[in-house]
Ligand binder design. Structure first.
Ligand code: SF4
Ligand code: SF4
Length: 442
């Protein structure tokens, strides 16, 4: 009898949606501006009231979710806008940060601006029109199992050298498998932090392993950049590796991996228990398995990574039907899950910071589901670094306005993109991985 797979690998209903399927949605957009501004009741100042990095930077409607709905409509329905020039520029310079999606859902239940933005990218990719840097990254994913340029599969596990970590690709087993993600696996500075994560978790008694030669990219960036086929191939390769290694629970310090596995893999029928490291550490602190003994005396602000926060909500299966009342009002039976960012991971990192003696958290204006993107989303830092840096600079400026001495985050992409970036006044702010504060205070 064939061995039963841990995963059913059946994509959920609606997963196969293509650009044409968004046509009714494109027409339903009401030009309400929710995708351009922080929800009005939550705006604290005019200065930091915008939510979409793309339209903020380019100051042109086509670079917003609303504009991309119109662009899609013109491309699909009328065919008079072609996949070229400025249209392609607007399509790929979406950070896939999801702020528009959350903003839209304040008043609208039936629109998915983020999924539509990505569907536009997917069609451009199918036509071979992606920026060359993104094509190279996708090619690297296929060949080297990472989207980082110049990184090699053969060096994937180098980061774990010297750690007493169980290798579950062989005969060993562990309760949690540590899934570092590409940045922690390859970046020399971040490799040190990956080691710190492992040591902290082991100190608290977590039974921890890693995938050794079976470890690879989650592929989440391929999905964000429109390389759907490459993403799906990577997701299936990971599922096969986990199956082989008998993986039960995954802990990752990377917000992109977290989102990819928690949300995107679930859409493909690959459902595995995954937690972000901050969730596990917050639980260990509560259980007194990690005790902070030192006082740090520092004022910090916390940057919510998009893929851990608003895009970190778990996927919920829904097999209902859409109905129209009076041929106008859309309803769903049973009620459909509404991904408005509410259930992302916001509290765990804040609980950790609150538990460290001497750490004072001063919040920025745009936080939680309305957080401003770091600028590294959607592969923009790869093919348009100037734009990516401008988005990061806006965040550093906002962080400086709090009076904090450092920005703390829980995502390697955010950490890299915010580091060494000047604010509006030409000064800098330290960017700190939350694990460094944790380790320092133990
Ligand atoms: S918030 Fe939604 S409905 Fe409003 S303009 Fe943006 S995409 Fe359209
Ligand atoms: S995903 Fe982010 S960058 Fe793209 S349209 Fe939405 S808010 Fe703007």
């Amino acid at each position: 009898m064939a061995k039963k797979s841990l995963f059913d690998m059946k994509p959920v209903k609606g997963y196969e949606k293509k650009l044409e399927d968004f046509f009714p949605m494109e027409r339903r957009c009401s030009n309400c501006l929710g995708c351009k501004f922080v929800p009005f009741e939550k705006i604290k100042s005019n200065r930091f009231g915008r939510n979409c990095p793309s339209v903020w930077h380019y100051n042109f409607n086509t670079y917003s979710a609303r504009g991309r709905f119109q662009l899609g409509q013109n491309i699909i329905e009328d065919g008079y806008v072609k996949f070229e020039g400025q249209a392609l520029d607007a399509i790929f310079n979406c950070q896939a940060c999801g702020a528009c999606d959350v903003g839209c859902k304040v008043t609208r239940f039936n629109l998915e601006p983020l999924a539509h933005n990505i569907a536009l990218k997917e069609r451009a990719v199918e036509k071979g029109l992606a920026p060359v840097e993104l094509k190279a990254a996708a090619n690297s994913l296929t060949k080297q199992k990472t989207m980082l340029p110049d990184a090699k599969k053969a060096n994937r596990a180098d980061w774990a050298a010297g750690l007493k970590l169980k290798d579950v690709s062989g005969k060993e087993t562990a309760e949690y498998v540590f899934f570092p993600g590409c940045q922690y696996a390859y970046d020399p500075e971040l490799q040190k932090k990956a080691k710190t994560y492992v040591k902290v978790l082991q100190k608290a008694g977590v039974d921890l392993g890693y995938l050794g030669k079976l470890d690879m990219c989650c592929g989440g960036r391929a999905k964000q950049t429109g390389f759907r086929e490459e993403f799906e191939a990577e997701a299936h390769a990971n599922a096969a590796a986990w199956e082989k290694a008998g993986v039960v629970k995954i802990v990752t310090p990377c917000s992109d991996c977290y989102h990819a596995i928690k949300r995107q893999y679930a859409l493909l029928g690959i459902k595995v228990e995954v937690v972000h490291a901050v969730e596990l550490i917050a639980d260990l602190v509560k259980a007194k398995k990690l005790k902070f003994k030192k006082t740090l005396d520092v004022a910090v602000t916390y940057h919510d990574p998009c893929h851990l926060g608003r895009l970190g909500e778990p996927h919920e299966d829904w097999n209902g039907t859409e109905k129209k009342i009076l041929n106008q009002v859309h309803t769903w039976e049973p009620p459909r899950p509404r991904y408005a960012g509410t259930y992302g991971i916001y509290d765990a990192p804040r609980e950790i910071l609150a538990a460290i003696p001497g750490v004072r958290l001063i919040e920025m204006e745009r936080i939680r589901e309305n957080s401003w993107c770091c600028g590294a989303g959607g592969g923009c830092s790869v093919f348009n670094p100037e734009y990516s840096d401008a988005i990061a600079s806006e965040r550093v400026t906002e962080a400086q306005a709090t009076g904090a001495e450092a920005i703390v985050t829980a995502c390697p992409w955010c950490e890299i993109n915010l580091t060494g970036i000047e604010s509006d006044n030409g000064t800098y702010l330290d960017v700190v991985d939350i694990i460094d504060l944790v380790a320092k205070a133990l």
